[in-house]
Design a protein around this ligand. Structure first.
Ligand code: SPV
Ligand code: MN
Length: 624
């Protein structure tokens, strides 16, 4: 497109006021991108959103005016529904567009770039007729920071626009500073034709990712994980960018753990969805920087991390006043919150599975009018709220927000935590022998059992390295290698831990209470400052009983028995050996797997075998 054509399209389609806002950013690459998709998608109207409070307020009101969100009884609360079959990330139709000759290895969904682009452009053609297009600017990461990536989102959904204004820092001014740089991410989303307010053509739902151009296209869907470009779509672009520049994009929370004498030590933790990531980052007594996505960079001898976001798009199921007091308070008080796919009662209250109080017998939910016992067309009973129902809020609504959240330098990471849903192998908390051992035996070996929150059978163990498998845009082997290199050059890299909140006894009962994680965090914080010792076992370093006993007393005022300690921290040799076999088997099929991975797992196997010869299959921590 010539620059005259670009300006003609923008002038005609945007109108004077929005055109002036847009050219306030003097970036021909940006103008071309917007002109191209305004012309292709052909919206009736375009709104350009700056960082001004009026524009942000306008977006919020648009979500309600367009009826994508409706008001609830509590001030500032709104609800939103997606279609019955549009309630989660669509892995099948999320694909990387790759030119011929490129390959991302097994486990990563790709399609031919030329064909994919043609398909998505056909879908997007005139898709916004009758719709308004919002042009939004955000910063992934804090503003004025070398961590951050400016991003532009085009969407015809007021809900997506509103969600992003809660979740991301404003970026119009950041774009102004960019000059004519091409270093920004671009997202094009359309919910497509609507029927009863939800995307009608979900069979044409597509999420296509172009890593060369840093563009993601998303069409005929509304669920946040498919549409909020800056969330998991940007994460895929950023993982690729990070590999090129030697930093990391991770599916991690960041939190401040409060140690003795007012000391705060920051930890980053990766867990698959629905395994306690948000609830860990949100623990009472600690402070939250972020709950989902982190960028990590080396600065001198330190690793620093920022939260890419400023809000939470969190799972609401089971949030109750006892387990999640801080969130509970926010969700039950005035403030700007979007509830998606919950049950809305006649009184305009939001209800979700596991909420305090009695479950309503009727209301409106993602299936329309709902009464207890209602079944879907396949004969399955429809629960009151969807299992993936969510809340969206700005972290500023939470009492435990960390003061460093917007620091352009990020926070110093003292420890990295990997956790999954594991009923029989990993002990509740364990430190690795060092960065490389931790990356390999904890992060790269992460597995998690499927839950009721994903479709399909429950309790099936799934490989999920760094809990990032769904978002990897680079071959797994290279991703692991980048991780290894990242910390290996540091004299004192952060400690790497594993946690397991889901360990069960032989009768199938959980061996810990959900709340125990508060103690594991305090222990890790002390370890990061070498203030407690540890016991060396074949798989890593574990807490001493005396230290945990003291921490249980300090945190909960209760006794922690030696018997519980022994049961929870018993080394399960057969399960650990079986895990090594599984993980080795997987990596043998992955090209580019760094050889050191096989070497370290083999050494761990030998240590386990040796211990077994001496002490048997199940070894009490007392023996080490
Ligand atoms: C997750 O599933 O890990 C989420 C929500 O954080 S989504 O945006 O769907 O990825
Ligand atoms: Mn996530």
């Amino acid at each position: 497109m010539t620059s005259k054509k670009i300006m003609d399209i923008l002038k005609t389609k945007l109108g004077e006021k929005n055109y002036q806002k847009l050219i306030g950013i003097d970036n021909p690459n940006l103008h071309q991108f917007i002109a191209e998709y305004v012309e292709l998608c052909n919206p009736d109207e375009v709104f350009v959103c700056t960082d001004s409070p009026e524009d942000t307020q306008y977006i919020r009101e648009e979500a309600i005016r367009s009826k994508e969100e409706k008001e609830l009884a509590i001030e500032g609360h709104t609800f939103h529904f997606e279609g019955y079959y549009d309630q989660a990330r669509d892995k099948k139709n999320t694909k990387f567009l790759l030119s011929k000759g490129f390959d991302l290895g097994p486990d990563i969904n790709v399609t031919d770039k030329e064909e994919g682009l043609k398909e998505i452009r056909d879908i997007l053609k005139n898709i916004m007729q009758g719709h308004k297009l919002y042009v939004l600017f955000f910063s992934l990461g804090p503003t004025n920071s070398e961590f951050s990536i400016p991003s532009v989102q085009l969407t015809d959904s007021g809900y997506v626009a509103h969600s992003e204004s809660l979740l991301y820092r404003p970026g119009y001014e950041e774009f102004k500073k960019l000059g004519d740089s091409k270093r920004f991410f671009k997202f094009v989303h359309s919910e497509g034709e609507l029927e009863n307010g939800v995307s009608k053509n979900v069979d044409k739902r597509r999420i296509y990712i172009d890593l060369q151009e840093n563009v993601v296209y998303s069409a005929n869907t509304q669920y946040g994980g498919n549409t909020i470009g800056l969330k998991k779509l940007a994460m895929r672009l950023a993982i690729n960018l990070a590999l090129q520049d030697g930093w990391l994009t991770e599916h991690m929370f960041i939190m401040g753990v409060h140690g003795p004498k007012g000391r705060v030590s920051y930890f980053a933790g990766a867990f698959p969805s629905l395994c306690g990531k948000t609830s860990t980052s949100m623990l009472e007594g600690e402070t939250i920087v972020g709950d989902d996505i982190a960028y990590l960079r080396k600065k001198g001898e330190e690793i620093r991390a920022v939260n890419v976001e400023k809000g939470i798009f969190g799972i609401i199921q089971c949030i109750n006043s006892r387990d999640d007091p801080i969130l509970w308070k926010a969700l039950n008080n005035p403030g700007e919150i979007i509830f998606s796919n919950v049950l809305v009662t006649e009184e305009k209250d939001a209800y979700w599975i596991g909420k305090d109080g009695e479950a309503p017998r009727k209301g409106i939910n993602h299936s329309g009018e709902w009464i207890l016992g209602k079944k879907d067309s396949e004969g399955n009973e429809i629960p009151p709220s969807h299992r993936n129902a969510r809340f969206t809020l700005d972290l500023k609504l939470l009492e435990n927000i960390d003061p460093e959240i917007n620091s352009p330098e990020g926070v110093v990471v003292r420890g990295v935590i990997y956790g999954g849903r594991d009923s029989d192998t990993w002990i509740p908390v364990e430190e690795s022998f060092g960065w490389v051992h931790g990356v390999i035996t904890k992060g790269a070996s992460l597995e998690s059992e499927t839950t009721a929150a994903t479709l399909g059978e429950e309790g099936v163990r799934k490989f999920n390295p760094m809990s990032n498998l769904d978002f990897l845009s680079i071959p797994i082997g290279r991703y692991i290698e980048n991780h290894l290199n990242f910390g290996a050059s540091l004299k004192n890299p952060p400690l790497i831990f594993s946690v397991n909140y889901f360990l069960k006894d032989s009768k199938g009962n959980f061996m810990n209470s959900k709340a125990d994680k508060a103690v594991w965090l305090k222990w890790m914080e002390l370890r990061a400052h070498k203030e407690v010792g540890a016991i060396e076992t074949p798989t890593g370093r574990i807490p001493k009983y005396q230290d945990l006993k003291k921490l249980f007393k300090e945190v909960f005022g209760r006794d922690y028995s030696k018997g519980d300690y022994i049961k929870q921290f018993t080394l399960r040799v057969p399960e650990n050996l079986a895990k090594i076999d599984r993980i080795m088997g997987i990596y043998k099929k992955i090209p580019d797997t760094p050889q050191i991975l096989f070497k370290l797992l083999e050494e761990q196997r030998q240590r386990l075998n040796k211990a077994r010869e001496k002490y048997g299959d199940y070894i009490s921590p007392d023996k080490f």
